[in-house]
Design a protein around this ligand. Structure first.
Ligand code: GCV
Length: 723
């Protein structure tokens, strides 16, 4: 009996610990774990021995709450808040509230901040060194507080700290492709966070934790609903729920946006048309804006997908994108709202290379949009592929604010099963030189508005968040949410620093853990390119769900939905000729790049088959033939994932059993799927190349027919079916 009791006790302890370990994933990079180093602990205990942190509004209260939760966890004792500024060791307060003597000490730093920036500085005051967190605004204080806690989590030396930081981009926004039925288009982390049925009364703790996580990296806007929009979200029943979410997010400096279905005046307004030049329609949108702002005074505005992939838009009425966007902009303008108008357009009635269509359509509109319109452009001209050259609209639109749209959710990157550190992809695009205003005209400078002095700058990330306990499906996908936020704040950060920050706040400060795992993260993006789309291949994914390879697909209703359209493999060779002998997409780039991309010899090999159709025996820089080069890249991708598995294995001593196991299982699936990609693509392309696999490339263990027969009717990320 006694033995039985012990077993029960052990089992209970075991399940409790497993549970709490799982809950650790929920905390993201805000774990605030007990600091181990005694020296660091002592220096932080001194730093916060008396904290002066007056609050007179919700944003400051949220900042103070964060501190009150974090410090006891990290330091093992409660925080001593004090009302006596002169006696305090840490002072957190808005600049305008500080005594003159303190203001003087940080005046220069504060003068250089923008409205959301902050200063964290050690200053000599009242004959002692104290730490000061200050800002011009409440939100600056919240960001500064999060930064201080982030530095503490990384055990940074804070004696003598002097840091002033401001975001370089105005709108740092998540785009949720969340439907009102809680399914998430291209979502791989469960269902939507927004529990529409229980809102507005029921405020899930998740909404608050979501806002905390976003604010901690500076994300200041969220579009709650899918760009494939449902007009119902603009009806009073839903607006009341949106209002409740906006109330929570306001306290963390996050503005709410909604997607606006262009045909809403017909669907929910009983009008006969949605023609943007029709007065009734214009009035309807103005009234709708008024109604929304009466509930949500700081409402951000509308995000619109129009005349794209079946969504209604101004072209349904013979009007154009400018007519549509400006009509909505006029409605929002009196309230300070923005229209974010997407440039993701390509038409089934246009047989021009799909990669060219958005540029052709939007360039003539440059300078014609109202000043509260931002045109949102995907990072590449096709669709969030593992690798694409930057979209030629970046740098070409000179008088129109242009928002970068990145996809954080891994639609074409192995869903939430594959470990892919996306800041590498984002930074590759941001660092690309458009040459549109001479050398050095990088995409980052276009996006932060500095190249053309745009009035609004914006970066959007299609969210990878769902109601999975760990938010993002794969624990390492949390790093992509984190990394997106950091880059939206500062598009010039390096992937190395982002990975390091995330690892240290999420897992451990131990260098022996960080160095190899950081290396694993930094190579993971190239690995996925290698085993899915090497040398500029793109869009060879299986139909609809985009899970796994489907290079053979050739039977879809639109030519530009078929993988064969993109790789154009035949007996002579492979690749899409986008040079002046082909679709001439190269002419959409600045002359320097156009010339470079027109010649295979000067085209970076990572984009070779994006721009050129080349013979199978074309000689690569390595001396290998194109066929051998493709095969070796596929193999390399697989080998890289094998190495990732081994690296993780070695990290075991630094991890809890749960942390270790979950990523290990996922990496094993990734390895299996990398092999699947390699085998399926090589077997298929081999039917054209008619060449053997080069030495070093593993022979596939299944036939092409077997790979072709695989079907995934219930793959996540597309509308669920009942049967
Ligand atoms: C929201 C791709 C995706 C679609 C997505 C679309 C878009 O085509 O597959 O799911 O729709 O991009 O960005 O609008």
């Amino acid at each position: 009996m006694k033995q039985f009791k012990i077993v029960i006790l052990l089992f209970t302890l075991y399940t409790a610990s497993v549970k709490s370990q799982h809950l650790e994933d929920y905390k993201l990079w805000l774990k605030y774990e007990r600091i181990e180093s005694k020296t660091v602990l002592q220096s932080y205990a001194d730093l916060v021995s008396q904290v002066y942190f007056p609050t007179d509004n919700e944003v400051l209260e949220n900042a103070k709450n964060e501190l009150s939760t974090a410090l006891p966890n990290m330091l093992g004792k409660p925080v001593e808040f004090s009302e006596n500024l002169a006696e305090s060791t840490l002072i957190i307060d808005r600049y305008d509230q500080l005594p003159n003597a303190l203001q003087k000490l940080i005046k220069e730093d504060v003068d250089n901040l923008n409205d959301e920036g902050y200063v964290i500085k050690t200053v000599a005051y009242n004959n002692k060194n104290i730490s000061l967190v200050s800002a011009k605004t409440n939100i600056g204080i919240l960001y500064g507080t999060f930064r201080l806690l982030n530095l503490m989590q990384m055990n940074e030396d804070l004696a003598g700290v002097s840091l002033a930081d401001s975001p370089k981009i105005d709108l740092r926004m998540l785009n949720h492709w969340d439907n009102l039925d809680r399914s998430v288009e291209r979502g791989y982390a469960g269902f939507s966070l927004w529990n529409w049925q229980k809102l507005p009364e029921y405020i899930d703790q998740r909404y608050i934790d979501y806002a905390r996580a976003n604010a901690s990296v500076g994300i200041n806007a969220t579009v709650l609903t899918n760009v494939n929009a449902n007009a119902l979200v603009l009806t009073p029943m839903y607006l009341e729920k949106v209002e409740a979410l906006a109330k929570v997010f306001r306290g963390y400096g996050i503005k709410v946006y909604l997607t606006a279905r262009f045909s809403a005046p017909i669907e929910i307004g009983n009008l006969k048309t949605a023609d943007p030049l029709n007065e009734e329609v214009q009035k309807w949108w103005s009234n709708k804006a008024k109604e929304i702002y009466a509930r949500i005074p700081d409402f951000g505005g509308f995000l619109v997908k129009a005349n794209s992939e079946g969504q209604p838009g101004p072209q349904n009425y013979g009007r154009n994108h400018v007519d549509g966007a400006n009509m909505m902009a006029t409605a929002l303008k009196p309230f300070g709202g923005n229209v974010i108008w997407r440039a993701f357009v390509y038409s089934e009635h246009d047989d021009t290379d799909r990669a060219k269509q958005a540029y052709d359509e939007f360039l003539p509109y440059d300078g014609k949009f109202k000043d509260n319109v931002v045109v949102q452009v995907k990072n590449g001209a096709i669709d969030f592929q593992p690798r694409e050259p930057f979209h030629p609209l970046f740098g070409a639109l000179k008088e129109t604010p242009i928002a970068m749209e990145f996809q954080i959710t891994q639609e074409y990157l192995g869903f939430s099963t594959h470990l892919v550190f996306l800041p590498k992809l984002f930074i590759e695009v941001l660092e690309a030189d458009t040459y549109q205003k001479g050398p050095g005209s990088t995409v980052a400078k276009v996006v932060d508005g500095s190249l053309y002095n745009n009035a609004i700058s914006a970066m959007a990330g299609v969210s990878n968040i769902g109601n999975d306990l760990n938010w993002t499906g794969h624990p390492f996908a949390q790093a992509n949410w984190y990394g997106f936020g950091r880059l939206a704040w500062n598009p010039y950060l390096s992937a190395d620093e982002i990975a390091e920050e995330w690892l240290r706040t999420t897992y451990s400060n131990d260098k022996k853990f960080i160095e190899p795992i950081k290396e694993m993260m930094l190579t993971s993006r190239e690995a996925v390119v290698n085993y899915m789309n090497p040398l500029g291949l793109h869009h060879i994914f299986d139909t609809g769900h985009h899970y796994g390879p489907g290079p053979w697909v050739d039977n879809l209703s639109r030519p530009d939905w078929n993988p064969v359209y993109y790789h154009k493999a035949d007996e002579n060779g492979i690749g899409f000729d986008r040079t002046d002998t082909g679709s001439n997409a190269t002419e959409q780039y600045a002359p320097f790049l156009e010339k470079k991309f027109n010649d295979p010899a000067t085209t970076p090999e990572m984009f070779l088959l994006w721009f050129h159709h080349l013979p199978w025996d074309y000689k690569l820089k390595s001396g290998n033939s194109l066929w051998d080069g493709i095969a070796l890249k596929y193999q390399k991708g697989v080998d890289q994932v094998s190495t990732m598995n081994a690296t993780w294995e070695n990290a075991k001593p630094f991890l809890t059993a749960h942390e270790y196991e979950e990523v290990k299982m996922l990496l094993q699936i990734q390895l299996k799927e990398a092999k699947w990609w390699r085998n399926a693509c090589l077997l298929y392309f081999q039917t054209f190349s008619k060449r053997p696999l080069p030495k070093g490339v593993e022979q596939p263990n299944k036939s092409l027919e077997e790979y072709r027969s695989l079907k995934f009717p219930f793959a996540p990320g597309i509308r669920p079916q009942w049967n």
